[in-house]
Design a protein around this ligand. Structure first.
Ligand SMILES: Cc1cn([C@H]2C[C@H](O)[C@@H](COP(=O)(O)OP(=O)(O)OP(=O)(O)O)O2)c(=O)[nH]c1=O
Length: 189
């Protein structure tokens, strides 16, 4: 790669996914306020957050290099789900996801001091019907607490998924095809 890539993310998954496609990176901090605005669509919200993370990273990095930011949210029957606040919240999310199809929206943003690009990827995921016991037991595993929608497809929740249409890596936190395309675009610029 002709430039240095900085990953503005605390997510271990996003780093692992970049390593999976042999992209070297350095992690940087990019704390931003994650609050959906009134009347802001889910699509706009997730793209805005990805871009804000990348831009905050660029600022923290004295405007050096290419910075990648990303954000993932789950949308089910019009309800936007981020990380669960507690067990009750997670259980409410899982009840909505149970026996239902939802969308996972992941946006990835690449920025430099000169240019910026954002790509939104939507994946459809269908869950089997979950019992109250399964939902309660799942929270107790600890897996849901740091994940949008309160589940991890790459973990124990993999067994809840009956169908997926779209990008698996996007559900885990970073769409590999689209990320590679964006990086290539910046390499050629
Ligand atoms: C749906 C789903 C989400 N997730 C994760 C991806 C993201 O890390 C997280 C959603 O929260 P995000 O706010 O997108 O990301 P983050 O807070 O983990 O990291 P950062 O903002 O520093 O980049 O949920 C999974 O790991 N598996 C899944 O199946």
């Amino acid at each position: 790669m002709p430039f240095k890539l900085f990953l503005a993310s605390g997510s271990p998954r996003r780093g692992e996914l970049l390593s999976q496609i042999n992209v070297e990176y350095e992690r940087i901090k990019a704390g931003i306020d994650e609050t959906q605005q009134v009347a802001e669509s889910a699509e706009h919200y997730v793209q805005r957050l990805a871009l804000e993370k990348a831009l905050a990273g660029l600022l923290n990095n004295q405007q050096q290099g290419v910075v990648l930011g990303a954000d993932t949210i789950v949308v089910c029957d019009g309800v936007v789900m981020e990380k669960p606040q507690d067990k009750l919240h997670a259980q409410q999310m899982m009840h909505l996801l149970s026996g239902n199809t939802h969308q996972v929206l992941t946006a990835v943003a690449l920025v430099t001091a000169q240019q910026q690009a954002v790509k939104l990827v939507t994946t459809e995921v269908t869950f089997k019907i979950l019992s109250d016991q399964e939902i309660s037991d799942y929270w107790d595993t600890g897996e849901p607490k740091d994940k949008a929608g309160g589940y991890g497809i790459q973990g124990i929740a993999g067994q809840f998924v009956t169908h997926i249409s779209g990008s698996y890596s996007a559900v885990v936190g970073l769409p590999l095809y689209e990320t590679a395309q964006l990086i290539k675009r910046f390499e050629e610029a």
